[in-house]
Design a protein around this ligand. Structure first.
Ligand SMILES: Nc1ncnc2c1ncn2[C@@H]1O[C@H](COP(=O)(O)OP(=O)(O)OP(=O)(O)O)[C@@H](O)[C@H]1O
Length: 586
């Protein structure tokens, strides 16, 4: 059994930078040799790219000394061409290898995210809003994937170019490296400013996107209600406000980008001016040659591009990192333990103790609710619309966490509501969702038990027929039968049916009642009963009114007591012209 206690935070978690780095490092296992190759190749190819500036410096000195001839020029040209070709090939291979590792790790992360998203405790998703989860599995994954073309060359080629060029410059013409080092703090300041401002701006942009996704989703889901209540204008306004929020935050992000560009131009200007002045002083003092100054200037010029590129992609990098930490935040949510909190030896399967629950900041649906469901018993919950029956079912199923009190229920619990989702896939896939090891014999037995075996004759490919979106259409009653057969295969300890057979219409009511009966047999059951005939077959009936349990007992006891249930039953019998209590079939 799993326990649930009072709710705490709201949004789905976001991983911190350490946790993100740790997870990426863990996922890189198996690719580390490739990563090492990327490192070695990157250093070698950027090292080769240092040859042209150095050899041009050499040529300048030879020309100035009057010792350059055609052979010198041809040799210099040949070396330049060769180094350019080698550098280009090395760079290309580095980028390809790094891209492959990047996408392989991202694919593993995406798989982990989707796997975790499918098994997240529902109360977490409900509290954060489905839009947040959808935005992470779509927008954020796309943002990390889309960053690859900019981030990979910057992190590999530009990063290596900066390190190798600065090292080369220090080794060949150290005074110029020292002069350039004087300007480096400007770049460090720019980077620090950007790292301080960037994550905040990009994080806000992503959060605004999540909020917009949530609003759009809610408008789509509640389409019928929106139309029915004439709320189209209001929903339009809400979605527009959320979209405007995205526009404002995107504009802020782009403004920060423009400010970055301005600061980088300033850094570039300072670098070139400093090296030029130092070159002039050194040559004037015979401490350097014109060739040396030329080589140094060319190396510094080659450095500026990668430095700018790296700082420019700090933008993409920040954005990708913001998304990555949101993905890892969900992918690494620890599994909840299914530790029993109401022990089997007490004979109690479900125990609610002084439970209080209200939606958001709204009024409490119930307060101080206490209920025990003995193991193996079938309890019906009845009451007027709005009494709190569905909310009670959701709290017991763990979809909503109580605001106060404790809920204990078996870890293996299945809730079936009127809204049955048929997944796009084969009939077999749909049936074995909760029981992946079920054999075809098990499936046939479950279909037989729920009276759905005839469905196989109607489907062109039997269990292999594609159903769900784009597949063979199913009626509501058939979808409900499948849900009950799925429950039977999953074989949970506790089955909660929330008016699971209510929508079928009178022609299918009996059929679905029998299917529900089969699905509940041999396990603890909680039935939110729409038809009193279904409640009457249960071991005990709980009558709810305004979030309180006002009566509880067997059907006969409650009818004999002549209370609320007795009145409801008389009205039901009169309406149906029935005089016999329906019997259980087990
Ligand atoms: N998602 C929600 N957000 C806010 N309030 C809600 C939500 N769902 C239900 N409520 C409110 O909680 C109270 C109990 O509703 P609930 O659906 O649990 O009652 P019910 O007995 O199952 O009613 P019905 O038989 O009509 O389904 C009602 O006042 C309802 O308006």
């Amino acid at each position: 059994m799993s326990g649930a206690s009072a709710a705490t935070g709201q949004a789905l978690p976001v991983a911190g930078s350490r946790e993100t780095a740790r997870e990426v490092w863990r996922l890189s296992r198996g690719h580390r040799l490739r990563l090492a190759t990327v490192g070695v190749l990157g250093i070698v190819s950027t090292g080769v790219n240092l040859i042209p500036p150095v050899i041009i410096g050499f040529l300048v000195d030879r020309v100035q000394a009057g010792t350059a001839d055609l052979g010198t020029v041809l040799t210099v040209t040949a070396v330049m061409v060769l180094s350019a070709v080698l550098g280009a090939v090395g760079t290309a291979v580095t980028i390809v290898l790094a891209t492959r590792v990047y996408h392989t790790i991202l694919a593993a992360l995406r798989e982990q995210l989707v796997g975790r998203a499918m098994t997240l405790p529902q109360h977490l998703v409900e509290r954060a809003g489905t839009g947040d989860l959808i935005s992470r599995t779509s927008d954020d994954v796309t943002a990390v994937a889309d960053a690859a073309p900019a981030v990979i060359p910057a992190l590999t080629v530009s990063g290596f170019t900066i390190v190798v060029s600065l090292g080369g410059l220090a080794a060949l013409e150290w005074p110029y490296a020292a002069a350039f080092a004087v300007v480096l703090p400007v770049y460090v300041l720019v980077m620090r400013w950007y790292l301080r401002v960037g994550p905040r701006v990009y994080g806000a942009e992503r959060a605004a996107m999540s909020a917009r996704a949530q609003q759009i989703l809610e408008s789509q889901r509640g389409y019928a209600t929106v139309l029915g209540l004439g709320l189209a204008g209001q929903r339009h306004h809400t979605v527009m406000a959320a979209s405007w929020g995205v526009a404002v935050h995107t504009l802020r992000a782009r403004t920060v980008m423009a400010m970055l560009s301005l600061r980088l131009n300033l850094g570039e200007c300072l670098s070139l001016a400093t090296v030029l002045v130092v070159g002039f002083v050194l040559i004037d003092a015979d401490a350097s040659t014109v060739g040396g100054a030329t080589a140094a200037m060319l190396i510094v010029l080659r450095l500026l591009g990668p430095i700018n590129e790296l700082l420019y992609v700090v933008d993409d990098l920040q954005s990708a990192l913001a998304s990555l930490s949101r993905i890892i935040g969900v992918a690494t949510i620890p599994e909840e333990t299914d530790e029993p909190t109401a022990t089997a030896d007490t004979g109690i399967a479900v125990r609610l103790h002084e439970v209080a629950f209200g939606y958001g900041d709204g009024p409490r649906v119930f307060d101080n609710l206490t209920l025990d469901v003995p193991t193996g018993q079938r309890i019906a919950v009845v009451g007027a619309s709005g009494a709190g029956k569905t909310t009670l079912a959701a709290v017991i199923a763990g979809i909503h966490l109580p605001d106060a009190g404790t809920v204990a229920q078996p870890g293996r619990t299945t809730l079936i509501t009127q809204e049955t989702h048929v997944f796009a896939g084969t009939l077999r896939d749909n049936l074995t969702l909760g029981a992946p090891r079920a054999t075809d014999d098990d499936i046939h037995a479950a279909l037989d038990a729920t009276g759905a075996a005839g469905l196989l004759d109607l489907l062109p490919d039997g269990l292999n027929t594609m159903i769900g979106t784009g597949g063979h259409p199913l009626t509501d009653a058939q979808a409900q039968q499948l849900a009950l057969a799925r429950l039977l295969l999953a074989d949970p300890e506790l089955a909660i049916l929330d008016e699971a057979t209510a929508e079928a219409g009178s022609t299918h009511a009996g059929l679905l009642d029998r299917a529900a009966e089969a699905a509940l047999r041999g396990r603890t059951g909680l039935v939110i009963a729409h038809r009193l005939s279904q409640a009457a077959t249960c071991d005990r009936i709980v009558v709810m009114e305004h979030g309180r349990i006002i009566e509880t007992g067997t059907h006969d006891e409650l009818v004999a007591a002549g209370g609320v249930y007795g009145g409801l039953w008389s009205a039901w019998e009169a309406g149906r012209g029935m005089n016999n209590k329906p019997g259980r079939t087990d």
